[in-house]
Design a binder for this molecule. Structure first.
Ligand code: IYR
Length: 227
């Protein structure tokens, strides 16, 4: 059993003046608040470097026991994108036409989505995020990971924020079930598909639903709220 402690090193994160602290927060909120889930992309190329920067940013996420239980598979090969689209559309067709309970379809109706996923071929990149359900130890033993779902969720949040700061658009797409992605991308059994993100630029004719975000007063209470 490996139980060597990390050596500790000094950490001096530095401080901002109060006004700059708030100013940066306002600026970041404004930038994140401009993000919308996009379902119609252009095939315009995007620098690979931008995608790798977003993944490096995602990789800074905190994770249970620092196991970093994630793999980001970057796809720009047209043949692979075509196979992923075919796999996703087969599952989605089944979902929309048979599997989804009426209540779920009702919840989705305002978004106007259906089983067709052309963006999986049109967007220049797909990022397929895998969560490590366990780790493979010496001799092929299975070792636990901790809070892997939470960890990967945080990482994907950072990924999306990074893409947004670079002026790129994405969609958090979850074809269900997603096991077909292991077969197409050759990922091992311990890696579970978590989310699939097409990345690129929004088509000039793209529209998004006119959603409203809950204001602070609806998502936040101080100290347990009024008595
Ligand atoms: N995975 C399907 C259905 C879907 C589910 C939820 I929850 C959404 O917010 C949107 C869509 C699809 O991608 O169409």
């Amino acid at each position: 059993v490996c139980m060597t402690a990390y050596p500790h090193v000094p950490f001096r994160p530095g401080r901002l003046p109060a006004a700059e602290m708030v100013g940066r927060g306002v600026e970041f909120l404004d930038q994140m608040n401009r993000r919308r889930s996009v379902r119609v992309f252009t095939d315009e190329p995007v620098a690979r470097e931008a995608i790798e920067l977003a993944v490096r940013t995602a990789g800074t996420a905190p994770s249970g026991a620092h196991h970093q239980p994630w793999t980001f598979v970057l796809v720009d090969d047209p043949a692979l994108k075509r196979r992923i689209r075919a796999g996703a559309e087969a599952e989605e067709r089944e979902f929309y036409e048979h599997r989804a309970p009426p209540e779920w379809l009702e919840a989705l109706a305002p978004l106007g989505t259906d089983w067709r996923k052309p963006f999986l071929e049109v967007a220049p990149y797909l990022i397929v995020v895998f969560r490590h359900a366990y780790r493979i130890g010496a001799g092929g033993t299975h070792l636990k990971t901790y809070y892997s779902t939470e960890s990967v969720g945080i990482a994907v949040g950072l990924l999306i924020a990074s893409l947004q700061t670079m002026g790129l658009c994405t969609l958090t797409h979850t074809p269900s079930p997603m096991e077909f992605l292991n077969a197409i991308l050759g990922r091992p059994e311990n890696e579970r598909p978590f989310v699939l993100l097409p990345v690129g630029h929004a088509a000039p004719h793209a529209t998004v639903p006119d959603l409203r975000r809950k204001p602070l007063t609806e998502i936040c209470v101080w100290n347990g709220g009024p008595p």
